[in-house]
Design a protein around this ligand. Structure first.
Ligand SMILES: [Zn+2]
Length: 430
C-alpha cells in the first residue's frame, strides 16, 4: 500500500477530517468564486453547515460552467485562482466546439498525482517494476496520470496511442510487468496479437490496468482480457473537471477504491430526479463529486454522468474507502419504453456467449435521442469461424430480455465486421 496511514484510516475518521476541509472549501468558494457566490446565495459558509448537509446544496452541471466562459475568462466564473498561481491548464477534447479549460495550482496538481498514485498502486504494482503506457498526453488530463507512475517509483515506458507494432515490440523487448490502456485497446491488442501469432499470454505483463472508459469491470470483458493477456485486470477511473484516476481497483477486484480520499467527497444521486441516495453497500446511482481542498477551479456537487454501483463492505486489502463499479455513462443511456439501458450492460450479457461471439456489439437505435421504441436493434459479432445461427440470435435476445428487461432485435454479424478502436470504443451507432 502506498500510504497505509491514509488508505486504512477508518472511513468515519476520514469523514470527520473531510468535514473540516469542506467547511474551509466552502468559505474559499464564497470568497473567491463568482460562480458559487451567485449559485449558492449564502451570506456565510456556516449557513450551509458541514459535509453531512452537502446534499441540501444545488448540483453543478458541466454546461453551467461552460456557459460562464467568456473571451476575458475562458475558464469560467468558477475560476478562483490568480493567473500567477496557476501552473498548468488542461483542456477537454472539445467535441462540442470550444474546449473547456481545467486550470490547476501547484497544490492541485500535487493532489491529483497523489490520489492517482494511490489508485494505480492499489492494483498491486510496486516500485521498481516497469509499466508501459499508451496514453497520448497532449492537452488532456490523462497526461497528469503519467506523473503518478513516477510517484509510485515505477519505470515508465511511454508508447502512446496508435502504434500497436511499437507497443508490442516494447512489451517483447523491455519486458514490463504492467500495461495501462483503455479496455477497448486492451481487447484490440488481444485480437491483433492473435492474428499475428504473437504470444501475448506468455508476455512479461502480469497486470493490465485499464482506464478511460467503462468496461474494465464487466465480467465478460474482463474475462476475455484476462484470458488474452494472461494477466490480472484492474481498472481506474477519474473525471476531467475533478481529477485524474480518482478511483483505483485493488487486487481483490471488487470495485475501485477512492484513491483521492481527503481531496474529493463522493455522493450518489438519482439521475432522473437529482435526489440524494445514501452511499450504502449495494446502492447505485449517478456519482456526484465535491472538491475538498481544491484551489484553481473547485467544484461543488459536480454531476459526473457516471452511473455506479457502490460497495462499502470491508475489503480484505485493508483499504477503507468505499468502492465503485461504473456501469456506464448516463449520457450513453437509452430508455426503451421506460427501461434504462446501458450499452455496456448489453455488451456484458452478450459477452457471456463467448466463445461463440467475439464480444463486440453495437446498439443501433432507430429514433434520435434517448427514448426508443422496442425492439432495440443490436448487432452482435460472431467469433472467428462461427456461422450465423437463428437459434443463437434468439437465445441472446431472450437472455437480454431476462437480464435487462428490454426487448431487442439481435442481428448476428460476421467476425471482424464491427470496427475496433485503439482508444475508446463506441457502442452506439446512429
Ligand atoms: Zn480493496
Amino acid at each position: 500500500m502506498l500510504e497505509p496511514v491514509v488508505e486504512t484510516r477508518p472511513w468515519e475518521e476520514q469523514l470527520a477530517l473531510d468535514d473540516a476541509s469542506y467547511r474551509a472549501q466552502l468559505a474559499y468558494l464564497l470568497d473567491r468564486s463568482a460562480f458559487y457566490r451567485e449559485k449558492l446565495g449564502l451570506a456565510t459558509a456556516e449557513e450551509a453547515g458541514g459535509l453531512a448537509h452537502v446534499a441540501a446544496l444545488p448540483l453543478t452541471e458541466k454546461h453551467e460552467l461552460k456557459a460562464t466562459a467568456t473571451p476575458e475568462n475562458p475558464v469560467g466564473a468558477h475560476l478562483c485562482a490568480e493567473r500567477s498561481e496557476i501552473v498548468r491548464i488542461y483542456s477537454t477534447s472539445g467535441t462540442t466546439g470550444t474546449p473547456s479549460y481545467i486550470p490547476l495550482t501547484a497544490r492541485d496538481l500535487d493532489d491529483w498525482i497523489t490520489g492517482s498514485a494511490r489508485s494505480y498502486s492499489a492494483s498491486g504494482i510496486t516500485a521498481g517494476q516497469r509499466i508501459v503506457s499508451t496514453y497520448n498526453a497532449g492537452p488532456f488530463v490523462a497526461g497528469a496520470a503519467l506523473a503518478s507512475f513516477d510517484a509510485i517509483g515505477l519505470c515508465h515506458i511511454p508508447v502512446g496511442t496508435g502504434n500497436t507494432e511499437r507497443l508490442v515490440r516494447a512489451i517483447e523487448l523491455l519486458r514490463p510487468e504492467a500495461a495501462v490502456l483503455t479496455p477497448s485497446y486492451a481487447a484490440y491488442l488481444v485480437e491483433w496479437t492473435g492474428e499475428r501469432g504473437v504470444d501475448l499470454r506468455g508476455s512479461s505483463v502480469e497486470r493490465v490496468l485499464v482506464a478511460g472508459e467503462p468496461g474494465g469491470g464487466e465480467p465478460a470483458l474482463r474475462a476475455r482480457l484476462e484470458e488474452g493477456w494472461g494477466a490480472r485486470v484492474t481498472e481506474a477511473m477519474g473525471i476531467g473537471d475533478i481529477g485524474i484516476s480518482l478511483w483505483g481497483e485493488c487486487e481483490e477486484q471488487h470495485g475501485m477504491h477512492l484513491g483521492a480520499r481527503g481531496f474529493v467527497h463522493p455522493e450518489l444521486i438519482d439521475p432522473a430526479t437529482g435526489e440524494s441516495i445514501p452511499l450504502d453497500d449495494g446502492a447505485s446511482g449517478e456519482l456526484v463529486l465535491t472538491h475538498l481542498r481544491h484551489q484553481a477551479a473547485p467544484l461543488l456537487r459536480f454531476r459526473t454522468r457516471d452511473h455506479v454501483h457502490v460497495r462499502t463492505s470491508v475489503c480484505p486489502c485493508g483499504r477503507t474507502s468505499p468502492r465503485v463499479r461504473c456501469v456506464g455513462r448516463t449520457d450513453d443511456m437509452l430508455i426503451v419504453r421506460g427501461v434504462n439501458v446501458f450499452p455496456t450492460a448489453v455488451r456484458d450479457v452478450v459477452g457471456a456467449f463467448a466463445p461463440r461471439v467475439s464480444g463486440h456489439i453495437r446498439l443501433r437505435p432507430t429514433a434520435d435521442g434517448v427514448k426508443q421504441e422496442p425492439p432495440l436493434p443490436v448487432a452482435v459479432e460472431l467469433a472467428e469461424g462461427v456461422e450465423p445461427d437463428e437459434a443463437l440470435a434468439e437465445t441472446i435476445r431472450e437472455r437480454i430480455r431476462a437480464v435487462l428487461v428490454v426487448s431487442t432485435r439481435v442481428e448476428l454479424v460476421p467476425w471482424g465486421s464491427l470496427e475496433r478502436s485503439e482508444y475508446k470504443g463506441e457502442l452506439v451507432e446512429r
